[in-house]
Design a protein around this ligand. Structure first.
Ligand code: DSN
Length: 420
């Protein structure tokens, strides 16, 4: 865990035991949730450092507390590294999570009741892109867009039509379950044609962008938000990047608009992650994530599964279960797979007939299995484990046997080495 492990074991053995059990689960499972990753030991050490002990409301050089010299150094370093990594004009590293980052952008640039155009949750968007159970759907007038029924890809002519019809003040591009690239220059053109702000939410693909294997939104967007713990492989947290002209508004929206004291220990850990992401090995890692996703997708298709849009360009894929097992829901499939040590999440597919708690699909991603060193050859085995489990989902003894095989397979790719 960290250098405090022995002390923690003395003070609170229950917490150590729970964390140790999860470490074992993480080692022995095929973790395929595309929004998760294994943060490095260096990231986790920074997170558990003494920087957690300080209030530092405000920004470097302008704090509301004394004693912030080293908080300023920490936050300035994180900002400088993020700017260099993404080529951003201005960066705010304080948002505690992705939802807060998006909320801050709306708070900075919109008035309640303004119109936003965002991807519907059921087609792959995020709750904060305007879903009606989220603050974004409550306080703003939301127009949702989805994918084309035939291609299951975003149709830019349809986006343009919606923009012209509804004149949004802000357009959100980004997704949590969209397996294809975004062409950000086209989104910029649409935003310009109606005078809208362009917000790009790269939470899922930030690592791919930093690694140069996904088109870069920064030159085209007014504001870019991201979490730091997905493909970027840092600690849980978020940040906002923007053009200089929005810097003051964004900063004031984060603090004092929405948050109080920043979490400097996680900001330190973000700085570590940005340093790791600027190293050549990170580019190789990101390229491998994509190669693995393509190999996994190809083998799942060979196993008779239909993937939304026919495949993937990024780190994730959406599997439509109805094509092979009409009665099997995403929820049931994810539970059966967990029985075999394979962790995915249920997910709606575009035009899903089932509800979000049930779903007809599962979402599968390669960031974690790539972190532990798996390559294209291993993707064949991973896809075959998934297929065999779903085919034998009612047979507990077969699922138990697959679980043992998954254990043995995972043992060849120890996460302990990566975690230090
Ligand atoms: N919850 C995240 C995901 O799993 O994609 C999005 O915030």
């Amino acid at each position: 865990m960290n250098t405090l492990e022995s002390k923690l074991g003395e003070v609170d053995p229950q917490i150590v035991e729970i964390a140790s059990k999860d470490l074992t689960r993480q080692q022995n499972s095929l973790m395929l949730i595309p929004s998760e990753n294994y943060a490095s030991r260096a990231v986790m050490e920074a997170q558990s450092s003494v920087l957690a002990n300080k209030y530092a409301e405000g920004y470097p050089g302008e704090r509301y507390y004394n004693g912030c010299k080293f908080m300023d150094e920490t936050e300035s370093l994180a900002i400088a590294r993020a700017k260099a990594l993404f080529g951003a004009e201005h960066v705010n590293v304080q948002p505690h999570a992705g939802s807060q980052a998006n909320m801050a952008v709306y708070h900075a640039l919109l008035e309640p009741g303004d119109t936003i155009l965002g991807m519907s949750l059921s087609h792959g968007g995020h709750l904060t892109h305007g879903d009606n159970v989220n603050f974004s759907g409550c306080y703003y007038n939301v127009v949702g867009y989805g994918v084309d029924a035939k291609t299951e890809r975003i149709d830019m002519e349809e986006i343009e039509r919606l923009a012209v019809e509804h004149r949004p003040k802000l357009i959100v591009v980004g997704a949590t379950a969209y397996p294809r690239h975004f062409d950000f220059s086209e989104w910029r053109q649409v935003a310009d044609s109606v005078g809208a702000y362009l917000l790009t939410d790269i939470a899922h693909i930030a690592g791919l962008i930093a690694g140069g294997v996904h088109p870069d939104p920064v030159p085209y967007s007014d504001v870019v938000t991201t979490t730091t713990h997905k493909t970027l492989r840092g600690p849980r947290g978020a940040m906002i990047m923007c053009k200089s002209e929005y810097a003051d508004k964004i900063d004031r929206a984060v603090f004092p608009g929405l948050q109080g004291g920043p979490f400097l220990h996680t900001i330190a850990a973000r700085a570590v992650a940005f340093k790791e992401a600027s190293e050549p090995a990170f580019k190789i890692y990101q390229a491998q994530i994509v190669k693995n996703a393509k190999a996994l997708a190809a083998r799942l298709i060979e196993n008779g599964f239909r993937l939304v849009s026919g495949g993937t360009d990024n780190h994730l894929m959406l599997m439509d279960l109805t094509s092979k097992y009409e009665k099997l829901s995403g929820r049931q499939a994810a539970d059966h797979l967990e029985d075999a040590g394979i962790i995915v999440n249920k997910n709606t597919i575009p035009f899903d007939k089932r509800k979000p708690r049930t779903t007809s699909g599962i979402r599968i991603g390669t960031p974690m299995i790539t972190t532990r060193g798996m390559k294209e050859d291993e993707m064949i085995q991973v896809a075959d484990f998934i297929a065999e489990t779903l085919e034998n989902r009612q047979k507990a003894s077969i699922k138990r046997r697959i679980r043992e095989k998954v254990n043995e397979f995972c043992a060849q790719f120890p996460i302990y080495e990566y975690l230090g």
